[in-house]
Design a protein around this ligand. Structure first.
Ligand code: C5P
Length: 241
């Protein structure tokens, strides 16, 4: 399982295809988010799958339990490898969502706290008492108890969640930046090597790859550096899926 999932946050299909050309026939793990999905619809997912890529469909569903369950029942027909819901939708929503992916190849991941949310925003905007780490751990435990396969969290919460949720729970972390990169709108970022060392199974990386002049060599150097640093790590490759 590739340790790096590339976030394809492009505004249209043309830009995405232009980005993929230099990768040639390499099979990648690609994340399609709302921006592209709402533009291209299901065709993009089925097309990328038919070309041998793995697809993470990051639609972050958050609605009443029945609606999320029915939406997922439709979406799993596209055979995405990963799909996301918000843990803040509640345990009943997560249980119904987990039921909708049962018997399929799709792994369900719950968003804990967005990596763009800071401690101050949690307190002032969302009026949530407590810190981000406790909140993320709480959501992760509720997700696990509800039958969800894993979570999306900031690398800063990965170690605490790993400790609470155990070795078989999938932890995927966005909010990754190389040392020389801009943080942009992210608040809680970390380098790829540190995020993996703290217990992530896989990393979602967008702009640190997609905005580079030579994305292929940046991608490959991250993967190489991770494979060197993670030899023998209990969290990577074979333990995922
Ligand atoms: O460009 P960058 O690496 O910041 O992209 C991060 C990707 O991960 C985006 O597609 C964003 O939607 C997604 N994501 C996130 N934080 C979460 C969940 C998903 O940044 N908690």
């Amino acid at each position: 399982m590739p340790p790096v999932i590339i976030a394809l946050d492009f505004e249209n299909r043309e830009k995405l295809e232009r980005f993929l050309i230099p990768f040639g026939n390499e099979k990648l793990f690609l994340k399609i988010g709302m921006e592209l999905y709402y533009r291209t619809g299901n065709d993009l997912v089925t097309d990328l799958k038919s070309r041998g890529h793995r697809v993470f469909l990051d639609l972050k569903l958050h609605d009443i339990p029945n609606t999320v369950e029915c939406a997922l029942s439709n979406l799993v027909k596209l055979d995405p490898d990963y799909i996301t819901i918000h843990a803040s939708g509640g345990a009943e929503m997560m249980r119904r969502a987990a039921g909708a992916v049962t018997g399929t190849n799709t792994r369900l991941l719950a968003i804990t706290i967005l990596t763009s949310i800071s401690e101050a925003m949690l307190r002032d905007d969302l009026r949530v008492e407590g810190n981000v780490r406790d909140m993320a751990c709480h959501y992760a435990c509720r997700a696990k108890d509800s039958g969800v396969h894993g979570v999306i969290c900031s690398p800063h919460e990965a170690a605490a969640i790993r400790e609470k949720a155990g070795a078989d729970f999938l932890i995927v972390t966005p909010g990754i930046r190389l040392l020389e990169d801009d943080v942009n709108d992210q608040k809680r970022v970390m380098t790829p090597e540190n995020a993996m060392a703290l217990g992530a199974n896989q990393l979602v990386i967008g702009r640190s790859i997609t905005t580079k002049a030579d994305p292929v060599s940046v991608y490959r150097s991250i993967v190489t550096s991770l494979s060197k640093g993670q030899e023998g790590s209990p969290w990577t490759s074979s333990r995922v899926c």
